[in-house]
Design a protein. Sequence first.
Length: 311
Amino acid sequence: MGETTAISWCDHTFNPWIGCMKVSPACDGCYAENLMATRYKRVQWGAPGQGAGTRVRTGAGNWSKPKMWKWKVEAAGIRPFVFCSSLADVFDNQVPTEWRRDLFRLISATPNLVWLLLTKRPQLIIDLADDAGGLPANAALGTTAEDQERWDRNIGELVNAKAVTGAPFSFASCEPLLGPIYPRQAPVTRSMMRHFTWHATRHEFFDPIHPRQDPRFRLDWIITGGETDQGSHKARPTNPQWFRDLRDACAETGTTYHHKQNGEWASVSEVEGPGPHFHFDDGRTVRRVGAPRAGRLLDGVLHDDRPRIAA
């Protein structure tokens, strides 16, 4: 729950509770559901038409781990990234407010850790953070955007929450990437108009990664990744060009970019061997080779960047 992690964009994972409810196509092959609901039977996973599911708070021993990490890194003068929560969603409104309040106290008590709060519910961040006593200063905010529809729905809400809460940076996890995304445009949301009318009255859309974008509304980091098999759910293929488009947009705008993995499928030009093929409409073809063989390289290059945070 866990001291170390194989997730390339963080150094630790921490789960204050377990359990969630499916809210978007990215949830279809949920790792946490397969592990904690299907295999271990620790919770019931929620889904449309099935109810909200159950949530279970983790034990005191698990809650003590971040303070141990704190002491280990203080002398080194570094600030590790902690992904919270890989088996839940911090801004799930089915979670008791007191649990979130306790989490925020823990985050505030470990200021040399950079906490990454990734949610599929960015529209709830401001209200739920306020109910829990305010977002800690060392908590960054992220949202999942697996396709253009979710990008358009979530990015404005995310950067607005960043602006209102004062989060140190914002990030988008485009994993699993299920469709092409044009990242240079997102709709101005009603929440942006409500909190920052001077910005919203002039624009219907905004460019969240423009180098000269108001820093409050700038998306600071984009992570991409393909899907992996989870139980009976078999990974959907990602067109490598979708990764490239996000990578190139980040390079053009100076936006931090991280490619986590290709998933179960890889470009036929990059990985040789047997396996089923999938052909995209643009003529590109991927082969199902398994996540270990598909690896993390994109056009032979490792993209491992993270936002720079002062010690």
